[in-house]
Design a protein around this ligand. Sequence first.
Ligand SMILES: Nc1nc2c(c(=O)[nH]1)N[C@H]1C(S)=C(S)[C@@H](COP(=O)(O)O)O[C@H]1N2
Ligand SMILES: [Mo]
Length: 201
Amino acid sequence: MVTRGFVGRRQPPETGARLPPGQYLTQDFPILQIGPNPAVDLATWRFTLREGARPITSWTWAEFEALPRTAWHGDIHCVTKWSKFDTDWEGVSIDDLLAAAGIAAPTGYLLAESYDDYSTNVPVADLLGGRAMVATRYRGEPIHPDHGGPARLFVPHLYFWKSAKWVKGLRFTQEDTAGYWELRGYHMYGDPWREQRYIGD
Ligand SMILES: Nc1nc2c(c(=O)[nH]1)N[C@H]1C(S)=C(S)[C@@H](COP(=O)(O)O)O[C@H]1N2
Ligand SMILES: [Mo]
């Protein structure tokens, strides 16, 4: 207890304001996932947008790499209580993805689907206005497979379980459909600043 208080006071004052409630700051980059890294081959990689069951557009890796790119710098927050400051990501914003697909932003929700059978749900509105991307680079390098490379959904204003690693597509849905962790008791939305960790928070 004494050590905790001591460490707490040694943090720069701005650290507290940047940490959502119940979070602590870490310098490393923990790896959290439901199983082993899936094998993802760039030669056969596809990224597909779907409305319900219907495919709208799909990109190969080369096509995806040619889309407009956005950089993002900031903090990420995991529901297991670590936060990491000043991370740098690059990828294709959801705004640019929809524009490239030639569609207006759908109403409703999105279920992100991954190569490891993971999924997670997010309201579409949360992905617009530059607040989310399909990230392909971390700190200027291709994302390491342990962190979801070649491509992961990246929604930094929600708990990090919403940032689906090894993402293979986005499915737009009318209903808010629970993903892997949401089916197992985690919150449907997951705002770190409102500490929405579990259903009912
Ligand atoms: N495809 C996939 N994405 C996933 C997961 C997973 O198991 N599979 N785990 C989630 C969880 S619970 C967290 S906290 C973050 C961890 O990302 P990291 O390993 O890059 O820190 O990935 C999320 N995205
Ligand atoms: Mo997590």
